[in-house]
Design a protein around this ligand. Structure first.
Ligand SMILES: NC(=O)c1ccc[n+]([C@@H]2O[C@H](COP(=O)([O-])OP(=O)(O)OC[C@H]3O[C@@H](n4cnc5c(N)ncnc54)[C@H](OP(=O)(O)O)[C@@H]3O)[C@@H](O)[C@H]2O)c1
Length: 267
């Protein structure tokens, strides 16, 4: 299927690794020019080199999106390199394992800033030029625990609930502008970050060191879904590129779950 993404220009935050890396690579495969973003320059360069090596177009913009200056630097670089940005994927984020009684009020605020306000900064900086283009796609990457919270991740659950909610008000705010705003909500997805997180849990439960066994136990005992496995980054990327494409113009303000059936509600 031709997704008509050739010539589109995209920023994928947090694309120096994991899900964001896969989304950036899929967008580039479809012909979009992509800004690789993160704080780790070496990793961003690695992803950009992979894309260029495969015949795609990529550039990097390094910055900490949890600060106004960092976000501004990223947007300035993106607009200088690309001239305009049609697609913004707000994927950057973190999921520290911090239980209810260990998380200090400062840590709640810091994670909200890192996971939610970072996206708000990017939206505020990029929407005015999208309005001039008369077309745009904004996609938040949330998490199934934003809908079905886990006891062990209270501050993280809240940040992802906020992302899902924020999408809806922004879609309404941008009515009739040609810009759509949606959330893609993954369940557990095998990334380096997730593996570290799962290994931490595995240690406390005596599941051993073998990742295949940890995946099996995690899906059975911790985060059950009806597919019976952890998802893969390319599966999320395939959904995101479709939502980012002109073909998805009638999807707006939606929360699209890709969680193997983890969330136990009708939607
Ligand atoms: N993996 C899962 O199971 C899962 C499930 C549901 C939702 N998610 C969500 O999917 C997104 C990606 O997760 P992942 O598993 O791919 O994680 P990851 O591999 O740890 O990647 C996180 C990315 O976000 C970037 N980042 C984090 N904080 C940043 C900041 N303040 N400024 C700029 N960049 C920042 C990191 O950049 P640097 O490393 O370069 O600093 C990195 O590129 C997150 O929003 C996460 O909550 C993940």
């Amino acid at each position: 299927m031709d997704l008509h993404l050739g010539g589109k220009k995209a920023v994928v935050t947090g694309s120096s690794s994991g899900i964001g890396e896969s989304i950036a690579k899929r967008l580039a495969q479809e012909g979009a020019a992509v800004v690789i973003q993160g704080r780790n320059e070496k990793e961003a360069q690695r992803v950009a080199a992979d894309i260029e090596g495969a015949g795609g177009k990529a550039m990097i913009a390094i910055g900490d999106l949890s600060t106004d200056d960092g976000a501004q630097r990223v947007v300035d670089k993106a607009l200088t390199e690309l001239g305009a940005v049609d697609i913004l994927v707000n994927n950057a984020g973190a999921y520290p394992v911090l239980g209810w009684m260990e998380t200090t009020p400062d840590q709640w605020m810091q994670l909200f800033n890192q996971n939610v306000v970072s996206a708000v900064r990017m939206i505020r900086l990029l929407v005015p030029q999208m309005k001039k283009l008369g077309w745009g796609r904004i996609i938040q990457i949330a998490s199934a625990v934003g809908v079905q919270p886990m006891a062990g991740l209270p501050s993280y659950n809240v940040t992802k609930a906020a992302s899902i909610n924020m999408t809806v008000s922004l879609a309404k705010e941008l009515a009739n502008t040609g810009i759509t705003v949606n959330t893609v909500t993954p369940g557990t997805i095998m990334t380096h970050g997730w593996e570290e997180w799962a290994r931490g849990f595995a240690k406390t439960r005596g599941w051993g060191d073998d990742m295949a066994e940890i995946e099996r136990r995690a899906v059975q005992e911790l985060l059950p879904n009806s597919v019976g496995r952890v998802g893969r980054v390319n599966e999320v990327a395939d959904l995101v590129v479709f939502v980012a494409s002109p073909l998805a113009g009638y999807i707006n303000g939606a929360n699209l779950r890709i969680d193997g059936g983890y969330v136990q509600s009708v939607n």
